[in-house]
Design a protein around this ligand. Structure first.
Ligand SMILES: [Zn+2]
Length: 289
């Protein structure tokens, strides 16, 4: 990646973005996108997303705490997402999830009447998703690099995905081609300038090597329109979390503190009860043209 903004292509001098972890970032003076020059993306980065990424523990600082252990939380989040999607585009129809991980949202979607398909870059997670959903349901690969059938889906979901792409506009174009004209895209991504970024500054946990481009809501809207989406709706996200999950995030600053607090809260009544928390991420809904 060069100094040219990967979102709006402004060639003006980028400004440094204070980030203590994940490498030195550049920020676009025009749209606010914050990117990591030279970061791996797509298939190049697939090696990052092995079992350790999803299961946490020592030597796996990039990814989830424990995706399978947090399945109830992931399902609660998925049900909230599917309610929001169904309010704009009710089932039945064909729903694609890119970054489907082990297939929990797709499993919930199928139970609500959607025909489902998934794309997942992690070989470990893709195999688990296909075991859950059936043969032929999941394509392993990176958005923008896998072949998706054109105009085949009524809905595409891409939560926590575009921050992993060095070229988010190209990834969004691939989603637009996979949607039928008028089809609905639903995505969620961390927001530069959002609540947690403002609270944690240079120590924001989304500043990490596998998040090459982080967007402001303005940059996300721009990226969507450049990729051929219309009727763009942006809103602050509320993510389903529980106290044990929040505690595990303390491990980003202090691993012993996070481990202790997480282990304690998991045993408490209510420590694993999901509730919505505004996390300073952004949700977008948009229609393919
Ligand atoms: Zn820009």
């Amino acid at each position: 990646m060069t100094a040219r903004c990967p979102v709006c292509e402004a060639a003006g001098p980028p400004r440094p973005v204070p980030a203590r972890v994940g490498g030195a970032r550049l920020g676009c003076a025009a749209c606010g996108a914050a990117w990591l020059p030279g970061a791996p993306s797509g298939e190049e980065a697939a090696g990052l997303y092995g079992e350790a990424y999803f299961r946490g523990g020592e030597g796996a600082p990039l990814g989830y705490r424990d995706y399978e252990d947090d399945a109830a939380l992931v399902r609660a989040q998925a049900r909230a997402r599917l309610r929001a999607i169904g309010g704009r585009q009710p089932p039945p129809g064909a729903l694609l999830e890119v970054g489907c991980a082990t297939g929990l949202l797709l499993d919930e979607a199928r139970a609500r009447g959607w025909a489902v398909g998934g794309v997942e870059v992690s070989p470990w997670a893709a195999a688990r998703a296909e075991a859950r959903l059936g043969p032929g349901t999941v394509v392993r690969g990176a958005l923008g690099e896998v072949d998706l059938p054109a105009a085949a889906y009524d809905v595409a979901v891409a939560d926590d995905v575009i921050e992993h792409l060095a070229d988010p506009v190209a990834g969004l174009r691939a989603l637009r081609r996979a949607l039928r004209p008028g089809g609905l895209l639903a995505l969620q991504t961390p927001a530069v300038g959002g609540l947690l970024h403002r609270a944690s500054g240079a120590g924001w946990f989304h500043f990490k090597a596998d998040h090459p481009v982080l967007l402001t809501p303005e940059a996300l809207g721009l990226a969507l329109r450049r990729a051929g989406f219309a009727a763009v709706e942006l809103r602050p996200a509320a993510r389903r979390v529980d106290l044990a999950y929040i505690a595990s995030r303390l491990g980003h600053w202090s691993r012993p503190a996070g481990t202790l607090a997480g282990a304690t809260l998991r045993r408490l009544p209510g420590g694993r009860r999901p509730f919505p928390l505004p996390t300073g991420e952004v949700v977008a809904f948009a229609r393919a043209t």
